[in-house]
Design a protein around this ligand. Sequence first.
Ligand code: MEV
Length: 315
Amino acid sequence: MTVTKSTAPGKIILFGEHAVVYGRPAVAAPVTQVRAQATVADAGEAGVRLVAPDIGRDYLLSDAGANDPFARSVRVLMDEAGLSELPDLRITIRSTIPIASGLGSGAAMAAAVIRALALHLGLKHLATDERVSDLTYQVERLLHGTPSGIDNTVVAHEKPVYFVRQEPQNRIETLTAAKPLRLLVGDTGVASGTKIVVGDVRRQWQEDPERFERIFDGCGRIASLARRAIKRGAVRELGQLMSENQAFLREMTVSSAELERLVAVAMSSGALGAKLSGAGRGGNMIALVTESTEQDIHQALLLAGATGVFRSILS
Ligand code: MEV
């Protein structure tokens, strides 16, 4: 029996979430501490069985609805390969990335399934980072309407990126930090669906385009400055830029009481900067720390109600 495995990491947005949907630059990075893993195995029974043990689901592809993200990942690959049928398979997805937490769990699961299935079927040309990213984007469109493309890019390439959504091709620049950035990722424990929050920002933008264009411009400017600061190793400046970005996210109404509490506690415990990461209204926040402040800030976040905290080094 042939078994093929593939994994994809979670992601954090360091600068520019939401504004990136409207063509402003953003910076994001993979977080390898949490991952999705897909396993594709030849099956002894007829059909394609989709198994997600973490959420207790086990069903046939032929029974899955059009909006099922797992099935959609399989169907997107089938369409791209021009396949109307698959051999009998068992596809299992497991993930340690919390769902609806801003860490890109949907994109990572889709990327892992698409790559594992492409490799299993011998479709190597569809298993490259670029193709996996494009196909994951198609799944993301189902999950949250108007994705910018940053999540699929980061989880498929597994590299920190400076990203601009643009036609005919997105600008994707891989970033290397001159000095490693030490980040703590703190979970509010509050689930928040990206599609809803992105839709809500869109409604507000439609109601007051001038104000929101100004906010998005501010976020874009911050992301451009951050790109240079990352390359120069200007860690203190990056902290300041994170806090400025958080102020704009607050104005967009995508922060929340829980996020604000964790951001405030991180700052009063010595973080160089802190902000929410991802769509907001819940999910995770990030804090820029140093070797000497990390331990205190980690403890303070837990005491302030974070349901989980982990470290991510961007280098
Ligand atoms: C979600 O990780 C980031 C958002 O900017 C949405 C997107 O870019 O598609 C909120």
